[in-house]
Design a protein around this ligand. Structure first.
Ligand SMILES: C[S@@+](CC[C@H](N)C(=O)[O-])C[C@H]1O[C@@H](n2cnc3c(N)ncnc32)[C@H](O)[C@@H]1O
Length: 612
């Protein structure tokens, strides 16, 4: 269906199924539906959807055939055997332990088709639990959309061909020969634990409190959105622990929060429940209280503290003289005791490492501190520079009377170095972070691409699997046709043998010609009489026969019988038998008619008359 007109016609057709028949196929994969509808159209030799729609309205039986074809019912006992083994080994032990103490076990076979799957489940469970416990505790709910399939399922009767997956031992243990038929019926007592019902997975509410949900080869016919909705219903339907068993082409992409794999390859999953986690105890906060007690001011202590301070400090009095310098300042700026009392502007420190005279003036007039950061000082011509944070603050006596300025030089070389390194590292980290971020983005893109590819692969896989099932269903149909043909062929062989014996019993030579007077049947009596085998005679024009009977005399009789003359004629003709002896032959022609009573050839019987 390439063009949009056809697409629209197809969607209308689906709508009509929904409105008139209650079958909603809108959530199914279009590719499968289109292939199946095309197949029915080909069978009816119709080329457009419109024609097919008209045909459906005229021939309601076609709906049955179409829906049979759309709801592919391919199934089997123990379908994909290794998967059932995993169910036995990985799921049932846990389930039976969790559901111990005689509690009921509820199983749901969704999309059960003609019942092979739920009966397989019944056998597997009966093996695992023992028959008695199975009868006492297990219930298998088996549902499908297709009522016809359910009708077959309810009978529980299967032919030998359908029972292919069942071993001899299982057949003997779980089936009984069906009275008066070539089939086997599932054991009646176990059968009672299986409850069949119609359920449309796309529309109806799910069965509840299910321990094991088997939904194999059904989801793959739905589109992604419908699959998601159905999977959410399945999650809701399952208890905890609850297990989901899908078909080999089916996956739970994008549902990792709802289910986790038990065995991914076998498509066995466990329901994930949102558990309430134990709250981690809240982190205890730590409050730090610092109590600082300042010692009473004391001139000596002040002086000692100033002298020992790790930061170089100078005091310049109101008159601009160096009033004090601590040990660190003395050594840093090469100050001597004699420098105390000298005008500050005369000392090198007043302009090196930084011009301080104007700054001091500024602080004095403004009575506000000034901070100079990262002042660079090359103490020797070759050495590495040092860096200082210089702070110039106004000093006061206990009253607000200004007494001078204090200057401190904090060596921040190490700090600065560290800061620069940190900045560099930070820069590097930023780069690394950016690189990581872009790597992460690339990974995310790759991941998304992989996910898309994965989804595409998944849908290709599902598509292949559906095509496989379609082929299998065609195969099943062909097999049925084949069986019918074989039966017909056996019947024909029997009729032929019967006819031959009747003809032999007549003691006459019998020939049948078609409309064009060509030999159709040449019986053993004719072989015997004229010495020509059937293979040589069949297909030849009757008047080309080189036998001891003068065909020139026989042909007018045959023609007249075939062309509206008397339906029966007879005469006596002299001939020569295969041994060269003259024979008197009683020759009789009669008209043959087909099943519609139309003339369809002539019968020629030749009887050898005894000589008087
Ligand atoms: C291929 S069979 C699978 C049978 C079985 N589960 C197995 O794996 O052997 C798919 C079944 O799904 C059923 N089905 C299709 N659409 C359905 C729906 N919406 N609700 C329930 N069953 C549905 C069909 O009728 C068909 O019997």
């Amino acid at each position: 269906m390439a063009n949009s007109d056809e697409d629209r016609e197809f969607e209308d057709l689906l709508l009509m199924f929904k409105e008139t028949r209650g079958f909603d196929f809108t959530g199914y994969k279009r590719s499968t539906l289109i292939r199946r509808v095309r197949r029915r159209m080909d069978a009816r030799k119709l080329t457009s959807i419109g024609e097919y729609r008209d045909y459906l309205e005229l021939e309601p039986d076609e709906f049955v055939r179409l829906f049979d074809s759309l709801l592919i019912n391919v199934t089997g006992f123990f379908r994909d055997p290794p998967v059932w083994q995993s169910l036995r080994e990985l799921v049932l032990p846990e389930l039976l332990t969790a559901r111990g103490g005689g509690r009921p076990l509820r199983i749901w076979s969704a999309g059960c088709a003609t019942g092979e799957e739920p009966y397989t489940l019944a056998m597997v469970l009966a093996e695992a639990m023992g028959i008695e416990e199975f009868l006492g505790r297990a219930k298998i709910y088996a549902t499908d959309l297709d009522e016809d399939a359910l009708t077959v399922a309810r009978t529980g009767a299967y032919s030998e061909r359908q029972l292919t997956g069942v071993t001899e031992e299982q057949l003997a243990k779980y089936f009984e020969p069906t009275p008066g038929g070539p089939k086997y019926t599932f054991r009646r007592d176990l059968r009672r634990q299986v409850i069949f019902g119609r359920n449309d997975l796309t529309r109806d509410a799910p069965i509840s409190r299910v321990d094991l949900l088997v939904a194999r080869n059904t989801l793959m016919y739905f589109n992604a959105e419908t699959q998601s909705n159905v999977i959410r219903k399945f999650h809701f339907a399952l208890t905890d622990p609850g297990f989901l068993f899908l078909g080999k082409a089916e996956m739970l992409l994008n549902h990792s929060k709802l289910f986790e794999p038990v065995d991914l390859r076998k498509r066995l999953f466990r329901k994930l429940c949102a558990r309430v986690r134990n709250q981690a105890p809240p982190v205890a906060g730590s409050a730090i209280t610092a109590a600082c007690e300042y010692p009473a001011t004391h001139e000596v202590l002040d002086a000692a503290a100033l002298a020992a301070a790790p930061v170089a400090q100078l005091v310049v009095d109101r008159l601009g003289r160096l009033a004090a310098a601590n040990i660190r300042a003395e050594s840093l700026f090469n100050l001597r005791a004699r420098d105390l009392g000298s005008p500050f502007q005369d000392l090198e420190v007043s302009y090196r490492p930084v011009e301080l005279r104007s700054v001091i003036e500024h602080v004095t007039t403004e009575q506000r501190p000034i901070e100079l950061s990262d002042v660079e000082w090359h103490r020797t011509a070759t050495g590495e520079p040092s860096y200082f944070d210089v702070s110039v603050v106004p000093l006061y006596r206990s009253s607000d009377e200004p007494v001078g300025v204090g200057i401190s030089f904090a060596d921040v070389t190490g700090h600065r170095q560290m800061r620069l390194e940190l900045e560099r590292a930070n820069h590097g980290l930023k780069h690394a972070y950016e690189a990581l971020q872009s790597l992460n983005e690339e990974l995310e893109t790759t991941n998304e691409e992989l996910q898309t590819t994965n989804e595409e692969l998944q849908s290709t896989n599902e598509e292949l699997e559906t095509m496989n099932e379609e082929l299998q269903s065609t195969n099943d149909e062909l097999q049925t046709v084949n069986d019918v043909l074989r039966l017909r062929s056996e019947e024909l062989d029997a009729s032929q043998a019967f006819l031959t014996s009747v003809l032999g019993g007549l003691g006459a030579a019998v020939i049948v010609v078609d409309h064009d007077l060509r030999i159709k049947i040449w019986d053993p009596g004719a072989e015997e009489l004229w010495g020509i085998r059937a293979q040589e005679a069949i297909g030849k024009p009757a008047d080309d026969l080189d036998i001891g009977l003068p065909m020139a005399e026989v042909m007018p009789l045959l023609r007249s019988t075939l062309t509206g003359g008397p339906e029966r004629t007879e005469t006596i003709i002299m001939g020569t038998n295969r041994r060269g002896r003259p024979v008197r032959m009683h020759v009789e022609t009669s008209l043959l008619r087909n099943d519609k009573e139309a003339p369809d050839g002539a019968l020629l019987t030749m009887n050898h008359l005894a000589e008087n």
